[in-house]
Structures are given as structure tokens and as C-alpha cells.
Ligand binder design. Structure first.
Ligand code: ADP
Length: 460
């Protein structure tokens, strides 16, 4: 039996909507909350909502939210017994986790060894092959000789996808249509990967032509138990980045759901996982699924899972971090209704989605005016009217999450909620989200990862 770790103060090493969302549950479970902020965020919403706030450096993330020493010394000063990393920033940084451990502070997340096992896509694939989790056919070896990679790509058969082993956030990936185009694509990917991750290693995968992106939410406790909280479909992507997500994945036969769920739990247990994690798969039209990667943190899109299961994943994270067993068995978890999440970005779809800045003169969601019930709609936001949107960080302002008895009902609610969102002063992608959510092909479940690309003419 693992000893229970108690803490009464939680430092949230993040900003924006996720910092606010984590603190909301932390307060509900009776924890004192501590925010950290850079100079650009001295007046940010997450700072206003915290019980205490500590400055950790100037605006550039590298000198503040990514500064391990600054965050740890803030935790010490605040007397925080635990740190929640949110997503992005230090959330998947093994050095950070180790440094917290050395400082005697609990990390609300997996052990450093599990982060390391999944941090590198090539190494992760080798581990997953071990655990009999199906992989996209491809090459993920250490030998990185150009000629060898080319011959592996030839063997796999074109089109292939080149991916940076160290990659993430859609960077360092390219589809290669033919052998002739291979070398140029390889050079391009290596350059991008080296600039973004300081690492040039590549892996090659068979490029699946019309897959869906279906990911499974898993949870493990320190006692070694693991469950899955079903799946999310995140096929609506722009440049390999998610835009609209939903849960459950439409049209999943129960046997497939169970097969993917148990493969995901196996993946997590293979690496001694603890806490919230997401195992991402590509799903073929014929129901075959392939492991892509595991994200060792809470995902942006976790609320759609909360909406259909009625569970609070941040509460689960905090309980597991305290050493408690999982609150619920697999059998006790069920799916109720359907949920969507739309990501609202400060960006201009008219200008190739260039990030936008300015002062939000108004930021409001008029539920009553739209005849919407508060239980069906959730706005997870990092901003309020009057806030300034700077160019320093990720331009996501908020997430609009809805729930309905079924997919059609949830989609209708999403459309009404998007229309009820009143954002002024900063350009956003709201109209683009509305065109997506209103699109007949989206309603008709013509889902795959190239949805946006295919419907460009009617979406832009
Ligand atoms: P990142 O870690 O940068 O987000 P992923 O490996 O998760 O990259 O891939 C992001 C997206 O790229 C996927 O959701 C999918 O749309 C697309 N993708 C990745 N691998 C393949 C593949 N082998 N075939 C087709 N599409 C792929």
C-alpha cells in the first residue's frame, strides 16, 4: 500500500484557461491555490483568481513559465506541497519532475521515467511493440543514414509520413508522395526538427490516407490500477492541430471501444504510468487502429470526457497525486450523451490564422439570451472583458464545451453557444468555428483528419 502524501497548497505552473480550470477544482477540494506569472501576466485572470501569486520572470516563456528553477523556488516560497503543470510548458519535462522530487514537492503527473519513455516517438514505438499495442507500419530505428531511410520508405510504400522523433505540436512532419520527393522532404524535416527540438532523428510511417484521430483517456493510480475513460475523436484538424473535438467518437462499435481502451491501458501500464494520460491512435475506415503517441499530461480537450462521464479529471489527478486509489472501477464508468469542444483562438482566419492581439473590450457568453441551459454549456476561459491578449503565448483564449443527449442535440447546442459568444476588441476564429460546426459534412459524420483541407472552399 502506497503511503498517502498530503498537501494543502497547490502551485499551478501554467497560465490561461488551464491554470484557471485546475484552480477551480483545487479550490473545490479545499486546497489553497498559488499562481505563477510572468511580467506580461501580472494582471491575468489566473493571477486574480489564485489565493496567492508569485512572479517568476519576464514575458518570454523561456525565462518564466519554462524556467524550472524559478518555478521550484516559487513553490518553496509559497509552501506548496504539490505542483500541477497543466499542459504545454513544463508538463512533459522529465528534468522538471526530477527537480521537484529532489525538492520534496509532489508532481501532479506521471513519474519522470514514464515521461521519458513516451517523450521520444521512436523509443515509444519500440516500447509499444513490446506491449502488443498495434503500430502504424513504418521504421523507427536508430540508424539515421539518408540512404537507409530512403530504402525504408521505399519498402513501406508511398505515401509515407516523415516525423521528427522528438516532435510535437505538428512540427517536423511531412507527407512524402514519392521516392523522388523523399530527400528534399527529409532535409526540410531535419531542419525544422533541429530548430524546434535540437534533434534531427526521424521516423517514417505509412501515410494513412483518410484516418480518424481517435484518442483514449487513461488513468492510473500509484497502486498499479488503470482504467480508460473512453475516447475522443479529434479528426477536425488544421495543419495537424486539433480545432474541434468530441466524445464519444461517433459510430464506435462497443467491441472496438473496448479493444482500443484496453490497448491504451496496456500502453500506460507498460511504462509504469501514473495519473492522467492520453493514448493517441489513428483509426482506419475498416476499424483497424494504430498507436501514434502517448501524451503524458492532461489534454486541452479533457472536458469532453468529463462531460460524458460526469467525472472531474483534475480531481482524479489530485487524488492520485495524494496517493489515493482511482475513485472508480472500469465497470462503474459509463457514457452519457455526447460532447463537443471548440477551441477559440485569437487569430485571423482571413490572414492565414495569424495570431491576433489587443484588448478584449467584451468577452461574454449570453446563455439566457440564447435560451441555453447552463448545465449543457461550459466555457473554460483564461480571459475576461478588459483583458489584454499579448503575443507572448499560445493564442487560445477559451474552450467552449457543450453536452447533449446525443450528437445532433450536442451539435445544435454548440452552434447556439458559438452564436451566443460575444467577443469584441480582438479578432478570433469564431466565425470559422461556426462554419465548421454548421457544416453538413460534419453533421453527416464524414470525419477524417483531412476534413478541413477537403472542405476549404466552404470553410474559408
Ligand atoms: P504531434 O505530436 O506533432 O501532434 P502526431 O504524431 O500526434 O504529431 O500527429 C498529428 C496528426 O498528424 C495526427 O492527428 C494525424 O492527423 C496526422 N498523422 C500523424 N501520423 C499520420 C500517419 N501515419 N498517417 C496519416 N496521418 C497522420
Amino acid at each position: 500500500m502506497t503511503r498517502t502524501t498530503t498537501f494543502d497548497t497547490l502551485l499551478v505552473a501554467n497560465r490561461g484557461e488551464i491554470a484557471c480550470r485546475v484552480m477551480r477544482t483545487a479550490r473545490q477540494v479545499g486546497l489553497k491555490t498559488v499562481a505563477v506569472y510572468s511580467d506580461a501576466d501580472a494582471n491575468a485572470r489566473h493571477v486574480r483568481e489564485a489565493d496567492a501569486a508569485i512572479r517568476i520572470g519576464p514575458a518570454p516563456a523561456r525565462e518564466s513559465y519554462l524556467d524550472i528553477d524559478a518555478v521550484i523556488s516559487a513553490a518553496r516560497r509559497a509552501g506548496a506541497g504539490a505542483v500541477h503543470p497543466g499542459y504545454g510548458f513544463l508538463s512533459e519535462n522529465g528534468r522538471f519532475v526530477t527537480a521537484l522530487e529532489e525538492a520534496g514537492i509532489t508532481f501532479v503527473g506521471p513519474p519522470a521515467s514514464a515521461i521519458a519513455a513516451m517523450g521520444d516517438k521512436s523509443a515509444a514505438k519500440a516500447r509499444m511493440a513490446n506491449a502488443k499495442v498495434p503500430l502504424v507500419p513504418g521504421y523507427h530505428g536508430d540508424d539515421q543514414d539518408d540512404a537507409l531511410l530512403r530504402s525504408e520508405a521505399d519498402k513501406i510504400g508511398y505515401p509515407v509520413m516523415l516525423k521528427a522523433s522528438a516532435g510535437g505540436g505538428g512540427k517536423g512532419m511531412r507527407v512524402v508522395e514519392s521516392g523522388d520527393a523523399f530527400q528534399a522532404a527529409l532535409d526540410g524535416c531535419r531542419r525544422e526538427s533541429s530548430a524546434a527540438f535540437g534533434d534531427e532523428r526521424m521516423l517514417i510511417e505509412k501515410y494513412l490516407v483518410q484516418p480518424r484521430h481517435v484518442e483514449v483517456q487513461v488513468f492510473c493510480d500509484r497502486q498499479g490500477q488503470g482504467v480508460y475513460l473512453f475516447e475522443r475523436d479529434c479528426s477536425v484538424q488544421r495543419r495537424h492541430q486539433k480545432v474541434l473535438e468530441e466524445a464519444p467518437a461517433p459510430g464506435m462499435p462497443p467491441a472496438l471501444r473496448e479493444a482500443m481502451g484496453s490497448a491504451a491501458v496496456r500502453a500506460a501500464q507498460e511504462i509504469g504510468y501514473v495519473g492522467a494520460g492520453t493514448v493517441e491512435f489513428l483509426l482506419d475506415a475498416d476499424g483497424a487502429f494504430y498507436f501514434m503517441e502517448m501524451n503524458t499530461r492532461l489534454q486541452v480537450e479533457h472536458p469532453v470526457t468529463e462531460m460524458i462521464t460526469g467525472q472531474d479529471l483534475v480531481e482524479w489527478q489530485l487524488r492520485v497525486a495524494m496517493g489515493e486509489p482511482l475513485p472508480c472501477t472500469q465497470e462503474a464508468l459509463t457514457i452519457t450523451g455526447h460532447s463537443f469542444e471548440a477551441r477559440l483562438y485569437a487569430e485571423d482566419p482571413e490572414q492565414d490564422f495569424l495570431p491576433a492581439t489587443g484588448t478584449l473590450t467584451r468577452f461574454a457568453l449570453d446563455l439566457e439570451g440564447a435560451g441555453l441551459d447552463g448545465a449543457q454549456v461550459r466555457l473554460d476561459s483564461g480571459v475576461e472583458s478588459g483583458d489584454v491578449v499579448s503575443m507572448h503565448y499560445d493564442p487560445m483564449l477559451a474552450k467552449l464545451i457543450v453536452h447533449g443527449v446525443d450528437r445532433d442535440a450536442a451539435l445544435a447546442t454548440l452552434n447556439r453557444a458559438l452564436a451566443a459568444l460575444d467577443v469584441q476588441g480582438v479578432v478570433t476564429n469564431r466565425a470559422f468555428l461556426q462554419r465548421l460546426a454548421n457544416h453538413p459534412a460534419f453533421k453527416n459524420l464524414e470525419l477524417d483528419t483531412r476534413f478541413i483541407e477537403r472542405h476549404e472552399a466552404t470553410l474559408f
